[in-house]
Design a protein around this ligand. Structure first.
Ligand code: GAP
Length: 498
């Protein structure tokens, strides 16, 4: 199975593995090893480049992840950030109720009421999966991790379950410092913590994970406009509206047609999110969709909620990796009420609490989706065909053989590329064929080989991971050739093909 192969490579080559492994591991916690950490950093940087460049008034901040309990009182997480659970009367094992029902009945039971879940458990005769004992009525569990601060533990705080609150509590100060303009975007790439009852599928459901979230504060009176809407009006969004859920039919709907049921500000950002997936991350169209959530399925703070889903065979179908959330003034008004600090802004003589559009991404789920989508098996090799700019390294530098001054020359080339800002590594172990296979397996897009001809005419070979073709490029032009290659140019444009 593909998952087992990916998990095997992840462990064997150093992408990720269970945390605290020397003590047997801890469920729901994973550590990124050297390649995984590099891949994750690249993904995060691609995300920053794309979303922060949408508007000059979008900025990244770095708030704390342990926050005052009132933050979560105001946001509604203390009351509403709950999962349905069911306890065994005999062995006291606790299961997530909707997942347990799904495992027996199939389908999705997210958002179904507690009473209905209790009824289904009774009607279907569902028992404790651990001991076969009878189950109690379905109840709820708050998913946040409380933290007791100080020597006497008298101050209660929480590990933040989403990075978003860090942006909201900083909104007013940033708005003043950034000269009182809307829209204003505050991005956070940081950790989130949730006490998931059944962590599973490696990076897909964890208890400590990374989110990349952009909170866009805007004037609610302008929700049906965006200054760059015309640029996307003909762009087709891939939508699974609620009414198509049974058939699973994804409709291509142009942004201008989507104005029949969504406001332009929301649609524009959906288009940008889709472009990020299709154009930057290279996810094939047929493996991408926006899924509409309605009623109680929506997060408690959302008015409009469409999830980004990617097809993951290992998870049995489409899985949520991100979301476009219209949170209205839910959070800012909540903070205004609990803190007593005004969140109102005054623009052109009008006073109002800004509304928030949130673009929310789970980085680890995206890393997993990237690994699964880019994994290929060919006759003699396995490869991760990551987008070139999102690979863990830009290139490997290899001396063809370990003699005749080729290693020294290769080190020179490596230093020159590192000084030019590329992330490259040196490898001289084993035959050149084996070294190429090794970089293919971890998705490094370029292989640069120093051979005897290098000593004669100052050229090296540049090999493309995907086609395995090579071109000769002069060392002098190598930084610009490598940069163009990483930007997507074909080898042919960069040197003489071999
Ligand atoms: N601020 C909004 C928010 O947190 P969410 O849908 O709860 O919304 C956003 O989470 C994203 O975070 C999800 O789309 C998913 O990619 C990721 N995510 C959520 N729970 C996760 C978990 N337990 N493990 C890994 N990623 C998770």
């Amino acid at each position: 199975m593909k998952t087992d192969k990916i998990l095997d490579i992840a462990k064997r080559r150093g992408f990720f593995w269970k945390s605290s492994l020397i003590y047997g591991g801890l469920s729901g916690f994973y550590d990124y090893a050297h390649l995984g950490a590099a891949l994750k950093r690249r993904w995060e940087n691609a995300w920053r480049r794309f979303f922060l460049s949408m508007d000059e008034n979008f900025h990244e901040i770095e708030p704390c992840q342990i926050m005052h309990e009132n933050v979560f009182r105001a946001s509604g997480h203390i009351d509403s950030f709950i999962d349905p659970v069911v306890k065994c009367k005999k062995c006291l094992n606790v299961e997530r109720a909707d997942h347990l029902i799904e495992s027996v009945v199939g389908g999705s039971f997210e958002g179904v009421s507690l009473e209905d879940m209790s009824r289904i458990i009774r009607e279907k005769g569902i028992k404790c999966p651990k001991c076969g004992g009878p189950l109690e009525e379905v109840g709820v569990l708050n998913m946040m991790f409380p933290v007791e601060l100080g020597a006497d533990g008298s101050t209660r705080a929480y590990l933040s379950p989403e990075t978003a609150q860090g942006a909201y509590v900083n909104f007013k100060q940033e708005f003043e410092v950034l000269r009182r303009r809307l829209p204003m975007g505050l991005a956070v790439v940081g950790k989130a913590f949730r006490n998931e009852i059944s962590p599973r599928n490696a990076l897909l459901r964890m208890r400590e994970f990374t989110q990349a979230e952009l909170q866009i504060f805007f004037d609610p009176e302008r929700i049906d406009s965006h200054p760059r809407f015309d640029e996307v009006s003909g762009y087709r969004l891939l939508l699974l509206p609620e009414k198509n859920r049974k058939s699973g039919k994804v409709s291509g709907v142009s942004c201008s047609d989507a104005t029949r049921f969504l406001p332009r500000f929301y649609i524009y950002h959906m288009a940008m999110v889709q472009k990020f997936y299709l154009e930057v991350l290279g996810i094939p169209k047929e493996r991408f969709r926006f899924r509409e959530l309605v009623g109680d399925e929506k997060a408690f703070y959302n008015k409009y909620h469409w999830d980004v889903e990617i097809l993951l065979e290992s998870a049995g179908g489409f899985r949520e990796v991100a979301g476009v959330h219209y949170r209205t003034d839910h959070d800012l008004s909540g903070h205004q009420k609990v803190s007593g600090e005004s969140m109102e802004v005054s623009i052109e003589g009008r006073k109002f609490v800004p509304h928030v559009l949130e673009l929310s991404f789970g980085v680890d789920r995206n890393i997993y989706a990237l690994l699964e989508n880019c994994y290929r098996e060919e006759k003699e090799r396995t490869i991760f065909s990551f987008p070139r700019r999102v690979s863990p390294f830009d290139a490997g530098v290899f001396p063809l053989v370990n003699r005749d001054s080729l290693p020294e020359k290769a080190r020179e080339v490596q230093s020159m590329l590192t000084a030019s800002g590329f992330s490259v590594f040196y490898d001289s172990g084993g035959s050149i064929g084996r070294r190429y296979r090794r970089i293919d397996e971890v998705g490094v897009p370029a292989g640069i080989t120093i051979d005897h001809q290098t000593l004669e005419d100052g050229t090296v070979t540049l090999r493309d991971r995907d086609s395995m073709k090579q071109a000769r490029v002069s060392i002098e032009k190598l930084p610009s050739a490598l940069s163009r290659f990483l930007d997507g140019e074909s080898l042919k444009a960069l040197g003489k093909m071999l």
